[in-house]
Design a protein around this ligand. Sequence first.
Ligand SMILES: *Cc1c(COP(=O)(O)O)cnc(C)c1O
Length: 358
Amino acid sequence: MSRYFTAELERLEPYTPGEQPQDQQYIKLNTNESPYPPAPGVIQVVAAASEALRLYPDPENGRLAKAAALYHGVEPDNILCGNGSDENLMLAIRAFCGAGRGLAFADVTYGFYPVWCDLFGIPQKVLPLKEDFTLDPADYYGLDEKEKVGAIVIANPNAPTGLTLPADALAGIARRNPGAVVIVDEAYVDFGGESCVRFVREGTPENLLVVQTFSKSRSMAGARLGLCIGPKALIDDLKRIKYSMNPYNVDRMTEAAGIAALADRAYFDKNCAAIRDTRAKTTDTLRKMGFTVLDSSTNFVFAKTPKMPGGELYKALKQRGVLVRHFATPRLQDWVRITIGSPEQMQGFFAALREILA
Ligand SMILES: *Cc1c(COP(=O)(O)O)cnc(C)c1O
């Protein structure tokens, strides 16, 4: 920190992204990226769009909003395109929370939620998951009045556990918090969760917002593209913040890539099915090796072994060229989160693992 850095944010603890090493060729199973390339059409349209780079993009990303609306069965004004779902989550938290209106979320979930609270001076209401990492919806009822929260954010399926809730449970939480917005972070929904987009289609509850990303199931983590899907009134609130920060948040190449990715339904379905298949085999093999593995609805598995703590396993794998994610917090220190890679990558992972545990 320089001496000019604002004293208000002296204690800000920034989010720590998973390692992105540029030096060595790792089997990279640490940040939930796809092992497969983007849809074939994506590359072509990005090259074509780059010719128009001298012009600003459409700040409304109207073409992409229209394609996404058709895809999800909603209207274009139910869609906001963002620079990754990180940006859409930030806009939502900034729009609906403030000094006197907190944000509620689980103790074990996406690590960025508390960082935005600190950045914006928003009080946090942290709700512990149960012993087995499941979430009891009843813990979230009435938080609008009891805890004066402006929003509740729930990753569904959750990270890093991989566990999922039925969509009705989230709608129930929204109905029992009419004074707050429920933000459902669906980063992993395409790998087996149940989406809440249908509530936007049906027009109720009016306080539920869905956030999705192209980073995982559409192999576009490097493009930074996310969609927020919600009632027009809430999308307009987010646009108010967006136009106060960065109106051109999704560039021309990314917008074109997003449209091409949505157009190739068959390629998307094939890749999601491949990940689910590899996930089932990975879970099975880990359990046979004595690991405890949570039932995952995502493109990663959360696992632990009685043979060594998570931090040690992480280090031993890294020495053998395999990156996984370890979280050094009291509830998570025994565990590692392993992204589902290609079958070949998982073979490399298991070869390293057998060597370590032998
Ligand atoms: C990966 C992830 C994000 C961020 O996605 P981007 O679109 O890449 O910004 C948000 N929430 C959860 C739960 C994630 O796992």
